[in-house]
Design a protein around this ligand. Structure first.
Ligand code: SF4
Ligand code: SF4
Length: 88
């Protein structure tokens, strides 16, 4: 089915287990400073891989299986709580 044939409002079922592990592409790694994070959700909203969630204390939590290291989260964070470093 081509995307143009999908009805407006249709829900596309997504099986995360079948998704490619985009984390394999990563050469830069975002790290969240949990003390600085205020849980505003900006990174959650902008992450193109939808791989940011919140931990029990409502701090940003990154799933590195799917994080491709693009750095968008670090750019949009108003607290500068996410730093990009080498993926080692
Ligand atoms: S670097 Fe940030 S925005 Fe990019 S994929 Fe990883 S968590 Fe998402
Ligand atoms: S954008 Fe920054 S302050 Fe907001 S939830 Fe993400 S890491 Fe925390």
């Amino acid at each position: 089915m081509a995307w143009k044939e999908i009805e407006e409002g249709a829900i596309i079922k997504h099986d995360i287990k079948k998704s490619p592990k985009t984390g394999d592409w990563r050469y830069m790694k975002p790290v969240v400073d949990k003390k600085t994070c205020i849980g505003c959700g900006q990174c959650f909203s902008y992450c193109p891989e939808a791989c940011i969630d919140f931990d029990g204390e409502r701090k940003a939590d990154i799933d590195y299986d799917f994080c491709k290291g693009c750095g968008v989260c670090a750019t949009v964070c108003p607290q500068h709580a996410i730093k990009m470093g080498k993926n080692i």
